[in-house]
Design a binder for this molecule. Structure first.
Ligand code: FES
Length: 112
């Protein structure tokens, strides 16, 4: 049974089935943005792998394409796609990301 620590929430959840990080989080009331409903169109469900990279399924070609599109580093995966191996023995630690890709620049008017 794999143990997954959601670092921001300081919550460890055990799983005995292959399950995506997004489903595991939502099933345990951890809010994760997932704008496209796991359709591989938005990348809003991305998260950081802090420990236990070997516990995750390999990214599909479509997931890799989306990760490359936004130039995310290797430790970033999509929560709706990355499944956890329930037989992984070590600790898995994930961190959620609030915002890393902001298309809009914030303009602050300093003149009065
Ligand atoms: S929810 Fe949109 S890519 Fe995962």
């Amino acid at each position: 049974m794999a143990k997954v620590l959601f670092s921001k929430e300081n919550l460890t959840i055990e799983t005995d089935e292959p399950i995506s990080v997004l489903s595991l989080a939502l099933n345990n009331n951890i809010p994760v943005t997932h704008r496209c409903g796991a359709e591989l169109k938005c990348s809003s469900c991305k998260f950081r792998i802090l420990e236990g990279k070997e516990a995750f399924s390999n990214p599909s070609t479509a997931e890799e394409r989306l990760l490359k599109k936004y130039d995310y580093p290797d430790f970033i995966r999509l929560g709706c796609q990355a499944k956890i191996d329930p037989n992984y023995e070590g600790l898995v630690e994930v961190g959620t990301i609030i915002k890393t890709h902001n298309k809009q620049k914030r303009v602050v008017n300093t003149k009065k």
